[in-house]
Design a protein around this ligand. Structure first.
Ligand code: HEM
Length: 394
């Protein structure tokens, strides 16, 4: 399949060329992507920032591309403001810090079950179950059900031929599941995010908006963090000096997570924006109705943002990367993603003595997705694993 390199394994070289020669370039989306077959890709940092704040760029899709589910990520003010207000208090830094012990326990439990000295798929054994378990606990979803989501969400997001045909059924199953969850929580309110969204959303959200808001939290709450953990661990394994720096000084972990978010951003392109009127970006005329991809991954490698932008440097601080977007749609879950990333890398490095890649880097398979940047699998070996109590944080 011939796809544009901005969606491929080695996208950063293509981004560098585009930033230099064609900062707003028309590209073909991967086959099967919902929406227009061609989009404008904006690759320079300053243009991406300006576009993220440009009220002439709308997230609401033109009628021909709508598939009926209204979420934060396809609405503009005033609907977006109304939807966001319902959930804005749920993921604040203070609330998220109260989850620290629970997230640590999930990370430790997953590591307890990893066999030392054998090849394991880090994505399947750690990067997926950690954020899914956390968001399911937050939403009050029974632990056993997360396997269902693992079946449905790739069908909703991937753009390979099989997923395109299975997508409608997967969306329908997810909607049906969330409907059942809402009925349960209405009958038995609990101390969880689902119950709070139902209560905050009363008289504010339609039934359909309530379901799609919960679905977005569930999906956004794990698809992206999986990629932070997978891409981040791969980057560290490929930069052993940086990995050792971090291992020798775990207090660097928060800065290191920011650098990993910048270096190989889990969301490479923000949600498609549509021009509501004719406009010009970097001298290129964009007609009303045309769609744009804002390349967060490229902006994060622009020397206008940081020096030596293609190098991984876990000692950078004050990293103003765009991995969580900016402006009205800035990631609601950023504090949660940061907590998960920090605890995951801290625990992994504390409890394992050596982490190595079990395949040649060129054998790694990257998912083909218009927005996400992530691995299908990350085969690794951990040479030994210390029990949690012996590797306790100082
Ligand atoms: C490393 C992990 C994550 C990354 C890199 C990430 C990235 C992003 C980005 C780039 C956006 C803005 C998209 C745009 O402007 O088009 C966004 C929005 C959003 N994210 Fe995250 N995210 C992550 C984790 C999470 C988590 C854990 C949640 C939990 C619930 C979450 C919930 C959301 C929601 C609800 C929005 C929509 C906000 C709005 O439109 O107002 N994200 N995220």
């Amino acid at each position: 399949m011939n796809i544009d390199p901005v969606f491929g394994a080695d996208r950063y070289a293509r981004y560098a060329n585009l930033r230099a020669d064609a900062p707003v370039e028309r590209i073909k989306t991967p086959p099967g992507t919902p929406g227009p077959a061609e989009l404008w890709l904006v690759s320079r940092h300053d243009d991406v920032v300006a576009a993220l704040h440009d009220a002439r760029l709308h997230l609401e899709q033109p009628p021909q591309y709508q598939f009926g589910i209204r979420t934060l990520l396809n609405t503009d003010p005033p609907d977006h403001t109304r939807l966001r207000r319902v959930v804005s208090g749920l993921f604040t830094r203070k609330r998220i810090q109260s989850l620290r012990i629970a997230v640590q326990a999930i990370a430790d439990d997953l590591i307890d079950h990893l066999p030392a000295g054998e090849t394991i798929d880090f994505i399947e054994r750690f990067a997926v179950p950690l954020p899914i378990t956390v968001i399911c606990q937050m939403l009050g979803i029974p632990a056993d059900d997360w396997r269902l989501f693992r079946e449905w969400t790739p069908k909703i997001f991937n753009t390979d031929e099989e997923s395109v045909t299975t997508r409608p059924a997967a969306v329908a199953q997810l909607i049906q599941y969330m409907g059942g969850l809402v009925r349960t929580k209405r009958d038995h309110p609990a101390d969880d995010v689902t119950t709070t969204v139902i209560q905050n959303g009363k008289d504010v959200l339609s039934e359909q908006e309530l379901l799609s808001t919960l679905m977005l939290l569930l999906i956004a709450g794990h698809e992206t963090t999986v990629n932070l953990l997978g891409n981040g661990l791969l980057a560290l394994i490929q930069h052993p000096d940086q990995l050792e720096l971090l291992r020798s000084d775990p207090a660097r972990t928060p800065d290191a997570v920011e650098e990993l978010l910048r270096y190989d951003s889990p969301v490479s392109h923000a949600t498609i924006r549509y021009a509501s009127e004719d406009l010009t970006i970097a001298g290129v005329r964009i007609a009303a109705g045309e769609g744009l991809l804002l390349a967060l991954g490229s902006a994060n490698h622009d020397p206008a943002l940081v020096s030596e932008a293609d190098d991984l440097n876990v000692q950078r601080n004050g990293n103003q990367h765009l991995a969580f977007g900016q402006g009205l749609h800035y990631c609601l879950g950023a504090p949660l993603a940061r907590l998960e990333g920090q605890l995951a890398f801290d625990t992994l490095l504390r409890r394992s003595s050596e982490i190595s890649l079990a395949v040649e880097p060129k054998e790694l398979q990257w998912r083909i997705s218009p927005l996400m940047r992530g691995l299908h699998a990350l085969p690794i070996q951990l040479s030994s694993i210390a029990p949690a109590e012996l590797a306790a944080t100082a």
